[in-house]
Ligand binder design. Sequence first.
Ligand SMILES: *Cc1c(COP(=O)(O)O)cnc(C)c1O
Ligand SMILES: [Zn+2]
Length: 387
Amino acid sequence: MFLSDLECTRCGKRQNAKSVQTVCDDCRGVLFARYDLDQVAKKSSKQALGSRARSMWRYRELLPVKEESNIVSLGEGFTPILHLTNVGPKLGLKNLLMKDDGLIPTGTFKARGMASAISKCKELGVKKVAVATAGNAGAAMSAYASRAGLETHVYMPKDTPEPIRLESKIYGANITLVDGTISDAGRIVDEVAAKNGWMNLSTMKEPYRVEGKKTMGLEIAEQLNWTLPDVIVYPTGGGTGIVGMWKAFEELEKIGWISGKRPRLVSVQSSGCAPVVKAIQDGKEVCDFWEGAQTIAAGLRVPKPYGDYLILKAIRESEGTAVEVTDQEILAAMRTLASKEGLWVCPEGAATYASLSKLRATKGLDDDETVLLYNTGSGILYPDIIA
Ligand SMILES: *Cc1c(COP(=O)(O)O)cnc(C)c1O
Ligand SMILES: [Zn+2]
């Protein structure tokens, strides 16, 4: 395989990928996996993909696991892209698409990142893993870690929706419920993981979850026949999706599989926790901590993303933007997508649809543009909201 080393996204320092790494030794910046892309370009082809399994591991040349026997898989990836022919035209959008990660093991796209991170843990000999989570990352980590035979520690807010809490539980995780948000859970995990020698898989605190998230961008490109939509609308919490897709497009360009204009990235957040929206509006390079974060979209309740500077950079480089929607608008969007398109999406995914009328009103979208909404998970995990 083609993984070469790790690079700090803040100071540029290179680090060895043969041993366990978390964040940059020098500046605590987020580490990115780097590949020998010239070799990838020589040794792989779009055509060769055709005969491979329809999972995210079809892109193994751009993934960090060296030995195929270390791959821990539940069949994740290659989810459908659906044309929203009922609700799109009502908004004046003929080419409104949704990529639906509701159809993925554990019920959310978090499976992609954890499949990659846990496989790499197996390869590097890690035995114990921990995560601070708003809920869904904990469930995904627990599922893959159980399959790999690892000991699992999940720290999540007390008020995480019950079905999501139970998901970690059935997979056999050691669960600690924390007063506050994922930020409070994060402080605890940083400490206990260091003390106990657990691998900390919290968002952006290690390099390999982003690699799994990258497959969202790779799949969009392949499924749209190596063209990209004009706009991707994505519900943003910790930012792995935005950052991962942007990295995917960069690598695809470098190996010569795509060219031309990249999509504008639109981050959607809830008005109850919108640090990315505020930073974009204020022209800041990092987010301010969002006090009193509260929203029904649990995955978006991240008061200060660790990789905030990477999220903001990707949005700006793409000439995209960030918008907030209210929980009421999210609920209405859930109802509309279910009753008009047959899609029971999670509140985070519904937020992308809810943002469209605002984007249209501010001339952020033209009639003839191809717009892809990313649904990050299944609505079935949120029955209490429907009730
Ligand atoms: C975690 C989560 C998000 C936000 O994820 P990013 O890290 O910003 O990519 C969105 N939707 C759901 C369902 C989630 O669990
Ligand atoms: Zn650094």
